[in-house]
Design a protein around this ligand. Structure first.
Ligand SMILES: [Zn+2]
Length: 219
């Protein structure tokens, strides 16, 4: 069975959306995630379903089958290993690695992925704090919540940040908001207003949108 880049991208997107919301993934959600037309999604979902990679019903939407999930996790593993490799071994900055990994992830063999993992001592997280699935397709379970959902007074630690927006990543790095950093929520304005944080005795204020891109675990 041929595995085109777009097949892999769709499986990855369905995996992501399945984890964001309960239930199946509708074609319209998939279309907006992939930034393509509904007609393209309908076509592709039919192909994926014919190949046994997704279960699709018009009522429920798409769900990955076991073989579909296996491919999605392999691509995600490659993506995250590549991001770390680019950063640690090739000197890329953390805002550059996602775009590069998006391209490379489709072209490396399993052996190449394993070599990277070996060289980096079987890392568990990518540079943005996302967990790296194991070689046998296990995704570490990590319960994290957007910083924007927390009340003031709480102590927490940044676990991961969204990886797609380079400008946002540069901004977060400048403020010192990177995985592993501990902080306290000092104050939050109502109506999605700014949130004030305390990090190592320093107070900073961030917008609600920024806080939505930072995922934390409660300390
Ligand atoms: Zn990425």
């Amino acid at each position: 069975m041929s595995r085109s880049q777009s097949v892999e991208d769709y499986l990855k997107a369905i995996y992501k959306l399945e984890n964001e919301e309960e239930g199946g993934v509708s074609n319209s959600r998939l279309a907006s995630e992939m930034e393509v037309s509904n007609a393209s999604v309908t076509n592709m979902v039919k192909r994926l379903s014919d190949r046994g990679l997704v279960d699709y019903t018009s009522y429920y939407g798409s769900r990955l089958t076991a073989p579909g999930r296996k491919i999605a996790l392999e691509i995600i593993r490659h993506h995250r290993l590549l991001e770390l490799y680019l950063k640690e071994m090739l000197g890329y900055s953390w805002d550059e690695v996602h775009e590069e990994a998006e391209k490379l992830e489709h072209h490396i063999s399993e052996q190449f992925g394993d070599k990277i993992a070996e060289m980096l001592n079987d890392p568990r997280f990518d540079p943005h704090g996302d967990p790296i699935p194991s070689k046998d397709g296990e995704m570490p379970v990590m319960k994290t919540y957007p910083l924007s959902e927390f009340e003031s007074g709480l102590h927490c630690m940044i676990s991961r940040v969204k990886d797609q927006n380079p400008e946002l990543l540069r901004y977060l790095e400048k403020l010192g908001l990177i995985p592993g950093v501990k902080l306290r929520i000092v104050d939050r304005e109502p109506f999605d207003g700014p949130i004030t944080l305390e990090i190592a005795d320093k107070k900073i204020s961030i917008g609600y949108n920024v806080a939505e891109s930072i995922f934390v675990i409660q300390e």
